[in-house]
Design a protein around this ligand. Structure first.
Ligand code: NAP
Length: 512
């Protein structure tokens, strides 16, 4: 029986009250309990600000990078143990677990390298000093990025307990801001074990990283003006956090990474059976089934010229036939269960709604084990382009996607994709620059990332669903309007940019 604790105020603490039960999604059996009442969350936020903040600000980027390097190594060393936990905690197959856990270690190691390259300075200047007047070069203005003097509260979604913890923490810590991280309570075992490993190995300077295992309770009521909140989860919760009275009253920055109805668009030039077509099919089937479709970047809408819609369904069906839902410990099965009972109920309700509005064209809903939170991969067909009911509004967060036939014009493809209201990523498959130019440039403002598949790179795709630390992650509108990662860009959320004006020599001496 696992009883993960919280790491707050420099110690491991367990709350009181009625416990929350953790369940193994493969069997539905109880595997642990979380006690989270009565934890001193106000004290933890204050401890981070007063102890962790000064420690980090006294360090150079290179020194902060060394913390991240140690964390990445610790995860890598404990990889097998963490993969086992990811299976019982989240129902991850070994491959799904690696996506989360290796992704976490890789992101830490990438940001350790960014820290090394930023080097032995504590604050970053931006650009060059600019004279304020024509008559004198002495009076200048220069922009500096300084770490906020608060704590970063990180609220993470259930689906990436390792990566979510690490991608957010890497940016904040490297920027010089301490962190209180809260994994989704139902899949908190992996995040709790990672922080435990770091603590056991002496890798967490006092107050620099704290962990809340439990519900958020009154956490946000204790925010102060220099704090910030980075949230990943549903759009509804994002709105609750953005409009929290304390957030509104103090103007606290909030970064939201929310739902996304990511689209894959096939250009009219792409013939079934061609390299580019096969690339699209491989990307879509991988995205639909990796982590049982519980990826914010997974393809939900497949936009295909009418003439090729049948061929696309057939080709996807052939691939998906090999990707069966079943026990994640058995390598014969490539699709594990959904992570929680609530997700299972939500996804079954989402599929029932799709059944009412659209047509199931591939997949047998009963092709799954009777116990546990399994859902068999399924494909739907929605007619009506941008006016198709439901498919542009409802994110079914499982191994499910919908084919939307279109007339092959760039305008129509753009309207259909934009009907999703803004997304994290869109993949576009075409070798025709005349069609691709308006389509890609027209869709860029609606997305944080665009992946262009073509015959030149058909064998080099890592898929649109993979988030890399050197490229931004986030998207406008329904996707939350946030932005994370992107190398050094990911640090700016944790900084105040200040224009410092005065005597050039004095400013240089001050900031040296
Ligand atoms: P969720 O229910 O919104 O919860 C996300 C996190 O917020 C959890 O840690 C949750 O804690 C916490 N939370 C809930 N209510 C809160 C409140 N009032 N104040 C502070 N924290 C609160 O989302 P989820 O079910 O875990 O995740 C599924 C959704 O996340 C999907 O819609 C998916 O699209 C989205 N997602 C987006 C991205 C992205 O990068 N854009 C990545 C992954 C997932 P508890 O666990 O204690 O409730």
């Amino acid at each position: 029986m696992h009883t993960p604790s919280s790491f707050l105020n420099g110690q491991w603490v367990t709350g009181t009250g009625t416990p929350l039960t953790l369940l193994d999604p493969t069997t539905g059996d109880s595997i642990g309990q979380v006690h989270d009442e009565g934890l001193d969350l106000a004290g933890a936020l204050s401890y981070g600000r007063t102890v962790g903040g000064p420690t980090l600000r006294s360090m150079t980027f290179a020194e902060r990078g060394l913390i991240l390097k140690g964390w990445g190594r610790a995860i890598h060393t404990a990889r097998d143990e963490l993969l086992d936990l990811a299976r019982i905690d989240s129902g991850n197959t070994r491959s799904d677990g690696k996506f989360d856990i290796d992704g976490a270690a890789g992101t830490l190691s990438y940001y350790a390298y960014v820290g090394k390259t930023l080097g032995d300075v504590r604050v970053l200047a931006e650009g060059e000093p600019e004279p304020l007047t024509r008559s004198s070069a002495r009076m200048v203005g220069h922009h500096y990025n300084v770490p906020r003097h608060g704590i970063a509260v990180h609220l993470n979604a259930f689906n990436f307990p390792a990566w979510g913890l690490c991608e957010k923490a890497a940016c904040a810590i490297l920027a010089g801001v301490p962190v209180l991280a809260k994994p989704a309570v139902e899949t908190s075992l992996v995040a709790a074990r990672i922080v435990e490993l770091w603590h056991e190995q002496g890798l967490i300077p006092d107050g620099v990283l704290q962990l809340l295992v439990g519900e958020p309770r009154d956490l946000l009521d204790h925010l102060e003006g220099q704090d910030c909140v980075a949230f990943t989860g549903s759009g509804n919760t994002g709105r609750v956090i953005r409009t929290h009275p304390r957030v509104l009253a103090l103007g606290i920055p909030v970064n939201v990474e929310a739902d996304s109805l990511n689209a894959a668009v096939l250009g009219p030039d792409v013939e079934p059976g061609s390299d580019t077509f096969i690339m699209a099919v491989a990307d879509i089937s991988r995205d639909m089934t990796q982590k049982a479709g519980q990826k914010c970047t997974a393809v939900r809408r497949i936009v295909v010229p009418e003439a090729h819609a049948e061929a696309m369904v057939e080709a996807l069906g052939e691939r998906l036939a090999d990707l069966k839902a079943g026990d994640p410990a058995d390598r014969a099965f490539r699709v594990g269960p959904l992570a929680t009972a609530k997700q299972h109920q939500d996804i079954l309700a989402g599929i029932a709604a799709l059944e009412d509005a659209h047509e199931r064209v591939w997949g047998d809903p009963s092709a799954r084990p009777d116990t546990g939170y399994f859902v068999a991969p399924q494909l739907f067909l929605a007619k009506g382009g941008e006016n198709a009911a439901l498919v542009h509004k409802s994110e079914v967060f499982g191994p499910v996607a919908t084919v939307i036939p279109y007339d092959g014009t760039s305008e129509s493809a753009q309207r259909i994709v934009a009907a999703g209201g803004g997304g994290l990523v869109c993949s576009i498959y075409s070798n025709d620059l005349k069609w691709a130019r308006p389509t890609i440039t027209g869709l860029m403002p609606w997305h944080g990332r665009i992946v262009w598949g073509s015959k030149k790179v058909h064998d080099q795709s890592i898929g649109p669903g993979t988030v890399l630390p050197n490229f931004v992650h986030g998207g406008p509108g329904a996707a939350g309007g946030g932005e994370e990662l992107g190398g050094e860009r990911g640090l700016s959320f944790y900084w105040q940019r200040v224009a410092l004006q005065g005597d050039r020599g004095l400013i240089e001496r001050l900031m040296r």
